[in-house]
Structures are given as structure tokens and as C-alpha cells.
Design a protein around this ligand. Structure first.
Ligand code: ATP
Ligand code: MG
Length: 321
């Protein structure tokens, strides 16, 4: 970012002190994340500045309204439980005029949160215990938000897990065959068509009144958690951009898809790609414990279908692309 832009942001927020650092931070793929560090006569203040990706999130103002509501609710829950809201919840930093973001000349939205120190986010699940901790943290997130009115949240990505709609879109894509590749992908297309039930499972369960809509995170991977460097415990759920109304099985499923896989997402040798059941079990145990009795028995029964459904949805999306 240019020095001029940085100056404007510092002025807009009223940050004091000498700027010591403004380097890129973390391993996020969606937003641009910068760590700002100021020195005020030896007292260091750190902030996380992020440019919200407007190609993914078309209404950053709505996204920030969601984030405000969610973080305020979480702060109350953490305080009630005797925790430290400044470390266990993202804290939005407001600008001098009370705004939650600064808009630049390209209509890009920039927001700031307080930097949470003494903790790191990890990219890879190294042992089942890591994944148990991940499950526990996302389960607790679910539990803390179980009394938050999901219908007041904006859909920051409309139709994100409407697998049924994605399936129907897939059929149209195959029919149109715009790139002339359908004949090369006959086996893969058959694989998807043969498992149509997976596309319909979550939405049909909701239509039948079997599962509720809840507040869901929608990006439940290990590196969206901050793990305390000393205790090894998860302290804070990050990346609230995709918090939306949804089904709990999808949060469970996306975590399994990303964390219990035996290979990287772009591994070309599919024989190496499996679901590690030890990791699956570790996550499931943590998640259900973290949910603290807030899920219905039927919802718990549907969790494994989330793992299949979200993996299927991802395959469907990539094949359609
Ligand atoms: P993703 O690729 O998961 O969508 P993203 O681009 O949306 O990521 P974030 O997940 O919000 O970005 O942040 C990227 C990284 O920056 C996090 O994984 C974490 O390491 C770090 N980070 C973000 N906010 C904070 C914070 N307030 N305090 C400390 N670290 C933070
Ligand atoms: Mg992230």
C-alpha cells in the first residue's frame, strides 16, 4: 500500500505514535492483512488492518454489521464466563468519526481490529489433539451464538451452501458445455450425478423441519483460530466474514473436509486422498463437547452428512468451473 494511503488511514483512525511496522501478516487468502505497530514513548500498540475482498464480499458494510453484532454478543458471553473479551473475541477498532471502516478511492473497504498477541494460527493439523482443540473451539463458538437471532444477519455470500441450487447450476453448466470439455469429464460428471441425494440432503432436511437455521461460521479451518502460544489452547475464533445463517452440519463438514484429509487440496494423485478417521473422531468429539448440549439429537446425527455434503459441494463447484 502507498505511504499516502497509509497516512490517510492513520489519520482517519487517529492512531498515535511512530509507525514501526506495516508489513503483511498471516496466511489469509481472501483479504489483505497488514500488521500496524506504533511506538508511543516505548509503549507499543498493535493493530490488524485488513482490506476486505470486494470480489468475494459484495457488501462489506453488511459484513461489518454482522461482525459488530456477533462480536458484541460474544464479548458478553465471554465476560459472563469470567474470560477476557479482549483476547477471546475480535475487537473492532472504530475510526474517529465512529465508522467501522475506511473506504478508499477504489471503493475498497479497510477495517481494523486490535491485534491479539501471544497467540498464533496454525496452518496444518499435525496431530489429532490439534483437531480436537479446533473442534472444541468451533463448537464453543456455536454454543455461544446459539441464542443469537440468526435471521438478523446478512448473507455475506448469498447461496453459499445452497448445494441444491449449486447442483442445478451444475446441470446447466454441463448442458451449455461452453468450453467444450464435457466429453473429457464424463466419469467425473457421472460421479456427481450419481450422488444427487447429497446435493439435496441439507436443504431438504430444513424444508422438512428436521434441522434449524443457526448462526454458522462457514470457514471452520484450523488457521481461523488463534492458539495461545503458552497453553496450546484455542483462544479466539477469527475470520468472521462468512458468519451467516446456515446449518451446523456445514460448519462441521467444512472442518472435516479441510482438516481430516490425508493430502493437500490440490493433490493430483487421488489415491492419496482419504478421510483420516482418527482425525475425524478427534474433531467430532471436540465439536460436540464445545456445542455444550445446544444441538438437537437429530442435528448431531446429521453431522457426518455435513462432511459428505460439503466435500461433494466443493467437487461440484470445482467441476462446474
Ligand atoms: P482466509 O484465507 O482464511 O479467508 P483472510 O484473508 O480472511 O483468511 P483472516 O483469517 O481474517 O484473513 O486473517 C489472516 C490471519 O491474520 C489469521 O490467520 C491470523 O493469523 C491473523 N490475524 C487476523 N486478525 C488477527 C488479530 N486481530 N490478532 C492477531 N492475528 C490476527
Ligand atoms: Mg482466515
Amino acid at each position: 500500500m502507498t505511504e499516502e494511503k497509509l497516512k490517510k488511514i492513520i489519520d482517519f483512525y487517529g492512531f498515535k505514535g511512530t509507525l514501526k511496522n506495516n508489513g503483511n501478516y498471516g496466511n489469509g487468502h481472501i483479504n489483505d492483512t497488514i500488521l500496524l505497530e506504533f511506538d508511543n514513548d516505548g509503549v507499543i500498540s498493535k493493530y490488524v488492518l485488513q482490506k476486505i475482498n470486494k470480489y468475494v464480499f459484495h457488501h462489506p458494510d453488511e459484513l461489518m454489521q454482522n461482525m459488530k453484532g456477533i462480536t458484541e454478543h460474544l464479548r458478553k458471553k465471554v465476560a459472563e464466563a469470567g474470560g477476557d473479551p479482549c483476547r477471546e473475541v475480535l475487537t473492532i477498532v472504530y475510526a474517529k468519526n465512529g465508522s467501522m471502516f475506511w473506504i478508499d478511492e477504489n471503493e475498497d473497504y479497510w477495517r481494523v481490529t486490535e491485534f491479539i498477541g501471544g497467540a498464533s494460527s496454525h496452518d496444518i493439523v499435525e496431530k489429532p489433539e490439534d483437531f480436537y482443540i479446533t473442534g472444541l473451539a468451533f463448537g464453543k463458538f456455536q454454543s455461544q451464538l446459539s441464542d443469537y437471532p440468526a435471521d438478523t444477519l446478512y448473507y455475506t455470500i448469498p447461496g453459499f451452501h445452497d448445494t441444491r441450487a449449486r447442483y442445478n447450476n451444475f446441470l446447466k453448466t454441463v448442458e451449455a458445455d461452453k468450453a467444450g470439455r464435457v466429453s473429457e469429464c464424463a466419469d467425473e460428471i457421472k460421479f456427481i450425478l450419481d450422488r444427487k441425494d447429497l446435493a439435496y440432503y441439507s436443504m431438504d432436511s430444513y424444508d422438512k423441519g428436521e434441522i434449524p437455521i443457526r448462526v454458522t461460521h462457514n470457514d471452520t479451518k484450523l488457521n481461523n483460530l488463534l492458539i495461545d502460544d503458552k497453553t496450546g489452547k484455542a483462544i479466539c475464533v477469527l475470520d468472521l466474514d462468512t458468519v451467516m445463517p446456515g446449518f451446523v452440519m456445514n460448519d462441521f463438514g467444512d472442518a472435516i473436509r479441510t482438516g481430516a484429509c490425508t493430502a493437500l487440496e490440490d493433490e493430483p494423485d487421488v489415491d492419496k486422498v482419504h478421510c483420516d478417521l482418527t482425525l475425524y473422531e478427534a474433531f467430532a468429539k471436540g465439536f460436540i463437547k464445545g456445542c455444550d448440549g445446544k444441538l438437537t439429537d437429530h442435528e448431531i446425527d446429521t453431522l457426518p452428512m455435513g462432511a459428505l455434503g460439503i466435500t461433494y459441494e466443493q467437487a461440484l463447484r470445482f467441476l462446474a468451473d
